[in-house]
Ligand binder design. Structure first.
Ligand code: F6R
Length: 629
């Protein structure tokens, strides 16, 4: 995940920037860079940009050989989203004349149109990133824009004021940004802007600091301003000046940070797993950014033409573990909406079978890490047999991305806890988009229906937040009821069955409590024999076409003394008659229930694991990336 640092003051900036970038390393990145002011003997200032692919240590040794005593600079660690990891794509990015340099976190949704317009006005781009448009927009606002004969737009005068130019550029950008900019004509000034991407600012003894994460400032100060959306800041060696979008002075609140470094890395959460669970509303929003343009579903990195998509008559989803469970959900959606037969298979099985594959077969490979050995082998096998392969992964440029015909990147950002949580939500949202696209191409859903479903899909971000805000006490009580069990059963029907599988995997992998998932209708064909008084049965029984059937199955468990924990729909009071504990989720269309109903099960697994004294971030015997068969 990208990181920003900036410093202006009395000390040597490069050392402070490198220390800050190292503090941000834990978030994951693929390249790093800094922009430093260089003053010539005649007093003129230029901006040096130094960028490297790979570790901050590489950048540090390059800087060690550079005579840079600048006291103002900005730095960045990049986690690729638009464009592969490379020096050209690494930040900082500069204006055409090299006088302005910027670092940016976030995604610019309208970057393609902005880039086209800027190119038409003579700007030259040197990277594939969305970020670079910001550098050119600020340049135009600063220097002035020539008249545009193509559109008839008149010339506009330059602001010759970096802060004003940044504010002006922000009015043209749609999307999310945390931004820091420097300008050779205004030495010692760092201009900062924020919308939907974190920025913190602090004043130390010897200067002013900015970063995207408090951990990069903590050595200099513990009193920080957390910039809010639409606020701007001008950092100088002497002080910091805050304004609103009109340039009117404001006085933001100062927050005192009393976390230690370990807590700061976790954003103040006690563990990465909880931090990542709480990031899920953002993952939903980011994964959907730019996917509906001009009212049309847009998955341009698909690698398949609409004609090729229309020919698809069979889909295999291949994956392992949690990613496989995302596939179970996709099967329901692809078959229901696009009416294409869809099978979900563990990649480790698929690669050794002889599945029926024709040129009209689409294989969808799902992998958070993008390097799981079995999934990769299955991709290679499917391609040899003539299938089109589409990857869904969280890691840009990973083997799964490289070896597939097309790819959707989940925007979970780096996941550190071994147990997948936020990347699962990113996978489910991405697979839902794919199912919508297939349905639209096949003419099974109208454009209007697709738009409506897309809107509802976006609403799940707020629904997850509601669960995080209101259900922790209920989840804690349910965890107390499970913690001493030897085994637990997760049940559900339809979408609920798929969610139950993910819930059981989460619980067993981090709490070491044996857990199995069953389609609830299967209980009486065997598993019900396990139930004795006090045996925990965890059910997903949200409002859906199979709600009544699930409740009947739960009654069978209740009659045998099971302790019943239910994930139910808000307002369902009836369920309390059979449930010992109820965890509510907001009312949601059944198709989208996995995105919300999985969240309480992630939290339940974590609570049980903590109660049993387990390390939730690093469960025994497990690795984050499984690169061996
Ligand atoms: C469970 C978990 C694993 C992974 C599996 C596949 O929480 O993280 O089950 O889902 O090892 O990994 P990826 O998605 O990287 O291919």
């Amino acid at each position: 995940m990208c990181g920003i640092v900036g410093y202006t003051g009395k000390d040597v900036a490069k050392d402070i920037l490198v220390t800050g970038l190292k503090r941000l390393e834990y978030r994951g990145y693929d390249s790093a860079g800094v922009a430093l002011e260089r003053a010539a003997a005649d007093g003129s200032v230029t901006i040096d940009v130094i960028r490297r692919v790979g570790k901050v240590a590489g950048l540090e040794s390059e800087l060690a050989h550079i005579d840079a005593n600048a006291t103002c600079g900005i730095g960045h660690t990049r986690w690729a989203t638009h464009g592969r990891p490379s020096v050209a794509n690494a930040h900082p990015h500069t204006s055409c004349d090299g006088k302005i340099a910027i670092v940016h976190n976030g995604i610019i949704e309208n970057f393609a149109e902005l880039r086209e317009a800027l190119t038409a006005r003579g700007h030259v781009f040197t990277s594939d990133t969305d970020t670079e448009v910001f550098a050119h927009l600020i340049e135009e606002a600063y220097e002035g824009r020539p008249a545009d004969p193509a559109t008839g737009a008149p010339a506009t005068p330059g602001t010759h004021d970096l802060m004003a130019a940044v504010r002006e550029a922000c009015t043209q950008v749609v999307g999310a940004y945390g931004l820091a900019a420097v300008c050779a004509d205004e030495p010692g000034v760092i201009a900062v802007a924020r919308k939907d991407s974190p920025i913190v600012i602090g004043r130390g003894e010897n200067g002013s600091y900015v970063a995207s994460d408090v951990i990069a400032l903590i050595d200099a100060t513990r009193d920080v301003v957390v910039l809010e959306d639409g606020q701007f800041a001008k950092l100088t060696p002497e002080g910091i000046f805050y304004t609103d979008a009109e340039g009117k002075a404001i006085e933001p609140a100062v927050t005192h940070i009393d976390w230690d470094i370990d807590m700061a890395e976790k954003g103040g959460y006690p563990d990465f797993m909880l931090k990542e669970i709480c990031e899920q509303p953002r993952v939903v929003r980011d994964t959907l950014v730019g996917r509906m343009t001009g009212g049309e579903l847009d998955i341009d990195e698909l690698g398949l033409t609409m004609e090729e998509l229309n020919l698809i008559d069979r889909v295999y989803v291949i994956a392992c573990g949690t990613s496989y469970h995302a596939g179970l959900i996709a099967k329901n959606l692809i078959e229901a909406w696009a009416r294409i037969p869809c099978e979900v298979e563990a990649a480790s099985e698929f690669r050794y079978r002889n599945p029926i594959i024709t040129p009209s077969t689409l294989v969808v490979a799902v992998s958070q890490s993008g390097e799981t050995a079995d999934t990769l082998a299955a991709i290679r096998d499917a391609r040899i047999k003539g299938a089109k392969v589409f990857g869904i992964t969280n890691v840009v440029g990973s083997p799964v991305a490289r070896e597939s015909d097309g790819v959707i990147y989940t925007k979970a950002n780096k996941e550190i806890a071994v147990a997948s949580t936020k990347s699962f939500i990113g996978q489910v949202v991405s697979l839902t988009l794919l199912a919508l696209l297939l349905a639209q191409v096949k003419g099974k859903l109208t454009t209007g229906q697709v738009r409506m479903l897309f809107r509802e899909l976006g609403d799940t971000a707020g629904q997850i937040q509601w669960i995080l805000d209101t259900q922790t006490d209920a989840i804690h009580e349910a965890a107390l009821a499970c913690k001493d069990a030897h085994s637990a059963l997760f049940v559900g029907r339809g979408m609920g069955a798929a969610i139950a599988h993910e819930g059981a995997l989460k619980l067993k992998e981090i709490s070491y409590l044996h857990a199995e998932a069953y389609a609830a209708g299967e209980m009486k064909h065997g598993p019900i024999a396990l139930i004795d008084p006090g045996f925990p049965v965890i059910a997903v029984a949200t409002r859906s076409p199979v709600y009544d059937k699930t409740v009947s199955n739960l009654k069978e468990c209740e009659a045998r003394g099971a302790k019943i924990i239910v994930v139910a729909t808000e307002g369902d009071e009836e369920i309390k008659q059979i449930a010992d504990h109820v965890i509510y989720i907001p009312e949601v269309r059944d198709a989208f229930s996995p995105i919300t109903a999985t969240v309480p099960l992630q939290l339940l697994a974590r609570e049980v694991a903590l109660m049993r004294g387990c390390d939730v971030d690093q469960p025994r015997n497990l690795a984050k990336s499984v690169t061996v068969e």
